[in-house]
Design a protein around this ligand. Structure first.
Ligand code: URA
Length: 453
């Protein structure tokens, strides 16, 4: 089947699947027909599953990915944020998207921080699935806070406060909603074309003028290998630019959890530390790096985001943002009924704190869900006390598990046991992981992907 099949061709799902299974290009018409048919319930889930697996194994070229992304955008509504105004002046919009990781709470301090410079930040976020956390689950630890807003409410919050974090409406890329649910149960999440089109269809449909992507690499990321992360980043940046969105990306390390807190309420608490001018160095570094990219994309090249963490302006916007969505920024966060320390067996130096295993532990503790719609425990999570390179003594706490349910402790402890490696001696050898490219000395911010057109 050629890539330039005409609109008159008669398309059959089985023929489309066989084309990709054979390693051939799909035509634009075939892609549009399959995505539309599946969204409307006319292509069966087993047929779409087969096509997704063929795409996972055979890949798609840039034209196919662009067409697939467009078909997902066309399945719903594309928002227009160009009419947003404050004091009669147009508002610039900039969003950020992370490909997902462990302890990745950056959206929480970043959104109000960037908005504190007068930029509108429309953060349409998701819920956690598997070992990665979800921004909406974290924010729902705050008493009264509401994730579901109408489009009109979202526009109003952007004009009044400048910052909004909410669930994407059902009419925004509905094809992605159905496809993502299917990918999740068919082992087809980890595919560069499918990841890129899923993320970018939602971001383009959301209507933001500019977008900064945080593409994770390392054990806690969807694509652990650094070369794959680079390919995902450049694919998404090109998709964004082609759609008229000023898009750039940072490639960042996710072999170690970000910060000390992994879970829901515990991550909100750590984000508040950052907004108060403190917090773990890695969370602050990444928040500031992404804020600088976003402000640069908004044309504010001289803005210094560190100033607004130090002088409380970012915290003021946080409080306004939480209150505007029904939350009480002064309410105490929920705390776990049970705490359990995992301690070092021997003296030595920590050579590994594996992000994936810590994410699994937080999930086992009750912080995550195994299928869409399940509830999560706001109190559950893990506090990480050590980082690679730290010297420890036998008996010293490495992690503290937070949970509501003692039955969850053994499974979560088993994950934490395999998360940490302690070797004799006083210095961490800088071994490079041959699968992912990670090492103890790899910087947090590995690279920046920006194309000029
Ligand atoms: N996030 C998305 O929006 N889509 C994916 O496929 C994976 C993570």
């Amino acid at each position: 089947m050629s890539a330039d099949a005409t609109a008159e061709e008669v398309i059959h799902a089985v023929a489309v699947i066989a084309t990709k299974r054979g390693g051939h290009e799909l035509s634009d018409a075939q892609i549009a027909w399959m995505v539309d048919g599946y969204t409307r319930g006319e292509v069966a889930p087993e047929q779409m599953s087969a096509l997704l697996m063929a795409i996972c194994l055979r890949g798609m070229n840039r034209r196919e990915i662009a067409t697939w992304t467009q078909a997902m955008i066309d399945s719903g509504r594309r928002l227009d944020l160009s009419g947003l105004r404050r004091d009669g002046k147009p508002l610039t919009t900039v969003d950020k998207h992370s490909t997902g990781g462990v302890g990745d709470k950056i959206t929480l301090p970043l959104t109000p921080l960037v908005a504190s410079f007068g930029v509108a930040v429309p953060q349409l976020s998701g819920r956690g699935l598997g070992h990665t956390g979800g921004t909406l689950d974290k924010l729902e630890s705050i008493r009264g806070w509401r994730a579901e807003l109408t489009t009109e409410e979202m526009f109003a919050r952007l004009e009044e406060v400048g910052a909004v974090i909410c669930a994407a409406g059902a009419d925004l890329a509905p094809a992605d909603r159905k496809l993502y649910a299917l990918r999740d149960v068919t082992g087809t999440v980890e595919s560069i074309p499918l990841l890129a089109s899923s993320i970018m269809s939602k971001k383009i449909a959301e209507g933001t003028a500019a977008l900064v992507l945080d593409v994770k690499t390392g054990s806690g990321a969807f694509l652990p290998n650094e070369d794959d992360a680079r390919e995902l980043a450049s694919t998404m940046v090109e998709l964004g630019l082609d759609a008229g969105v000023d898009t750039r990306a940072l490639i960042t390390d996710m072999s170690v959890p970000l910060g000390r807190a992994v879970g829901n309420a515990v991550e909100v608490a750590e984000s508040l530390e950052v907004l108060a001018g403190g917090g773990p160095a890695d969370v602050v570094e990444l928040t500031l790096a992404l804020a600088r990219e976003m402000l640069d994309a908004a044309g504010l090249t001289d803005a210094d985001p560190a100033e607004h963490l130090a002088n409380g302006r970012a915290m003021d916007v946080w409080r306004a943002m939480i209150s505007a969505q029904g939350g009480d920024p002064d309410a105490p966060l929920p705390v776990a009924r049970l705490r359990d320390d995992l301690t070092a067996d021997t003296d030595g130096v920590v050579t590994e704190v594996d992000a994936r295993a810590v994410g699994d532990a937080a999930w086992q503790a009750g912080g995550g869900r195994s299928k869409p719609g399940e509830s999560v425990a706001a109190e559950a999570g893990v506090i990480v006390h050590v980082r690679p390179g730290d010297r420890v003594r036998a008996g010293q706490p490495l992690f503290t598990l937070h949970t509501q349910d003692e039955h969850r402790i053994p499974g979560a402890r088993a994950c934490l046991r395999r998360a940490v490696r302690i070797e004799p001696g006083t210095e961490a050898p800088d071994a490079v992981d041959s699968d992912t490219g990670a090492s103890a000395t790899r910087p947090l911010i590995i690279d920046r992907v920006r194309f000029t057109r």
